[in-house]
Design a protein. Sequence first.
Length: 167
Amino acid sequence: MESTSTIIGVIITLIVILPILFIQRSQTSKKKKSKKGFIDEAQKNNLKVTEPDFWGSYYALAIDENQNKLIYSKIIDEAHNTIIIDIEEIAFCEIVRTNRTFKNKTTFKTETDKIDLVIGFKNSNKAKEVLEFYNVDVNIEMTNEVPLLEKWEAKIKSSIHRKEQAA
């Protein structure tokens, strides 16, 4: 009787643990593939990135300080959607949050649906670029997106001001 209970306990434990291990391994593999794809995409565009940032398993951002270009990538359906921006053309960048407010029994609750880094250009005819950092439809849980976004906003603004002072 005890050996049967032990066997059943081991089987139940395996049923619970194996899917978790499989999901974790799959996510790690997806992140490695995403990082490699981003670096390959940068190299295809003759960019040498230093200190790239990756978050979720879909997003990447880096800067080529020699060419003064920003490279951003978001993976959609296994394809890297890459945006390359010449920092010298940037007039401003700002963080834009899209929130949703709803009533939760007695109180109102606000949840973030999306956080973007919006980049405007000196040439006003050129449309703003929206670099998505968080989207509730892509990642259910927000992790380190906000500090990362603030870091990149400061880095881009610093690059803009350095270029203005040099001119």
